[in-house]
Design a binder for this molecule. Structure first.
Ligand SMILES: O=C(O)CCC(=O)C(=O)O
Ligand SMILES: [Fe+2]
Length: 250
């Protein structure tokens, strides 16, 4: 399946951003949406908070570690885990080439996430009640426009990408904004199966997610680093698990 770039940095209104389609087939999206909806845990990967951003939505998350545990316990097939690793690696390789990076990108975190509107909260929801408030992935945005590169910000994140898994929901558009107020969008991206948005993780790229008004919005969030010290431990663990299972089959 071919990849098509559908929006360049110029069309997206700022530098070091891109949107491309074709990273997952409808069948692959369906398998992973189902997995995330059915087996993820409220707040997993979000410091156990079931509503880290807005109480008008449920947040369900699934880390690679939890997926590996489920494969180990024979609750899901290993092919599902292989699929997650294959699709996300393809996204990473594509971004490295697209942005002409001279040093490799390592995964620092991979997260399958569904955001589901709570119907009982929909009627009174303010349009300012974002699904994910405007932020920068590797620093803490200040009111004066400064971005502090200090913990608890994930200062080691260099690039970010989101691979979308579905489109059967209302709202939930991804926005790039001019600053942290989010008052002016530079671009708006409608999620759909197989679409990836990729961008550098620093202050050039403030972004957020508009309210999900109806249904579940599922995606794989990926964060990358150039610094080997922050490589995703859970990815290494599940790769070892899969090698072990493949050897047992031989
Ligand atoms: O799901 C999305 O489209 C973006 C999420 C995001 O920006 C984040 O988790 O840091
Ligand atoms: Fe983000």
């Amino acid at each position: 399946m071919g990849i098509q770039v559908s929006m360049t940095d110029e069309e997206l209104g700022g530098p070091e951003r891109m949107v491309a389609d074709g990273f997952a087939s409808p069948e692959e999206c369906q398998i992973l949406t189902h997995l995330t909806k059915m087996t993820s845990v409220e707040g997993d990967g979000y410091k156990k908070s079931s509503s880290p951003h807005t109480t008008a939505e449920h947040f369900q998350g699934m880390t690679l570690g939890r997926t590996g545990l489920m494969v180990h316990n024979k609750l899901i097939e290993k092919e599902v885990l292989e699929l997650i690793l294959d699709l996300t690696s393809h996204c990473r390789d594509y971004l490295e080439r697209y942005f002409n990076l001279l040093t490799p990108l390592y995964f620092s975190f991979t997260h399958l996430v569904c955001r589901t509107a709570r119907p009982e909260k929909a009627a009174n929801r303010s349009s300012l009640d974002m699904s994910h408030e405007v932020h920068v992935d590797n620093c803490i945005l200040q009111n004066d426009g400064d971005c502090l590169r200090v913990p608890p910000a994930y200062v080691f994140r260099d690039y970010s990408a989101i691979l979308y898994l579905n489109q059967e929901f209302e709202g939930g558009e991804f926005i790039f904004t001019h600053d942290q107020t989010g008052s002016s969008y530079e671009s708006i991206i409608k999620p759909k199966c197989g679409r990836m948005v990729g961008f550098s993780a620093g202050p050039k790229n403030p972004h957020g997610v508009l309210p999900v008004h109806k249904g579940s919005r599922c995606a794989i969030g990926m964060w990358f680093t150039h610094d080997k010290r922050f490589k995703e431990v859970e990815r290494t663990m599940v790769e070892t698990l899969l090698r072990k299972l493949q050897n047992e089959e031989m």
